[in-house]
Design a protein around this ligand. Structure first.
Ligand code: F6R
Length: 242
């Protein structure tokens, strides 16, 4: 595992974008695994700028997002799909048919999860997976206690995660209670993983994930078992790593 501690969020965003850009240049037909949430917003901004300056193209790239609320309409103002369109998809040259998302409106959840896994399989898996980390150590929406062997599945969000996400919805009551997420097993199949952590609220979770035992109680701790993980943390998030 490679750990890069950077001074602040701006530098984290720049470094993360540089890694994504380098991988996209190496392999224009790259399969990217993408995260939503506050952490990667700066990185997406950097990627859009790099695209506008002609430093990177996503024309041949494929994307899979980690997760989506359930139920939620794709054009709901707080759906992850809408978030990705605003932050990245609508501003770069990604081909619509190569953008993959879990459908928050799927009637048959099991079928939807199998469809996603089959699509992942069909493209040969993810080359570079970008992850954030929850305050409780979750990755994707794999909450503490999620078995490591699970593939894409439906989850009940914890109270803590719903509270953390209420900042986007305005009120806790409006946060969907469930989500569909790639499982730990699906995430661990990625060839390369980039974990981003910013701010002191993530310090405990990051320390538990990187220094603690590998346990389903801290989903991100599974990354200790992956052969190619880069962690970029700002000083605030890294304060308990010493
Ligand atoms: C989002 C996701 C989540 C977030 C995590 C951190 O697609 O999978 O695991 O990465 O909740 O969220 P932020 O970045 O908002 O602190």
């Amino acid at each position: 595992m490679k750990l890069e501690i950077v001074p602040d969020y701006a530098e984290l965003s720049r470094r993360a974008a540089e890694i994504v850009i380098a991988e996209c240049r190496k392999r224009p037909q790259i399969v990217l695994g993408l995260a939503t949430g506050a952490t990667p917003i700066g990185m997406y901004r950097q990627l859009v700028q790099a695209y506008q300056r002609g430093r990177v193209s996503f024309l041949r790239a494929t994307t899979f997002n980690l997760d989506e609320y359930y139920p939620i309409a794709p054009d709901h103002p707080h759906s992850f799909r809408r978030f990705m369109h605003q932050q990245l998809f609508d501003q770069v040259d990604l081909a619509a048919e190569r953008i993959h998302f879990l459908r928050g409106t799927a009637a048959d959840v099991e079928r939807e999860c199998s469809r996603y896994e089959a699509e992942l399989e069909a493209v040969g898996g993810i080359d570079l997976q970008v992850l954030g980390i929850g305050e409780n150590g979750h990755i994707g929406f794999n909450e503490p206690g999620t078995p490591f062997h699970l593939k894409t599945h439906k989850v009940a969000l914890t109270e803590q995660t719903m509270r953390a996400n209420a900042r986007f919805f305005g009120s806790l009551a409006d946060v969907p209670r469930h989500a569909l997420t790639m499982g730990i097993c699906s995430i661990m199949r990625s060839r390369k993983i980039l974990l981003l952590a910013s701010g002191e609220k993530k310090a405990d979770a990051l320390a538990a994930a990187l220094l603690g035992p590998v346990t389903e109680a801290v989903p991100a701790s599974v990354l200790q078992l992956h052969p190619d993980v880069t962690v970029i943390a700002d000083k605030a998030a890294a304060q308990r790593l010493a």
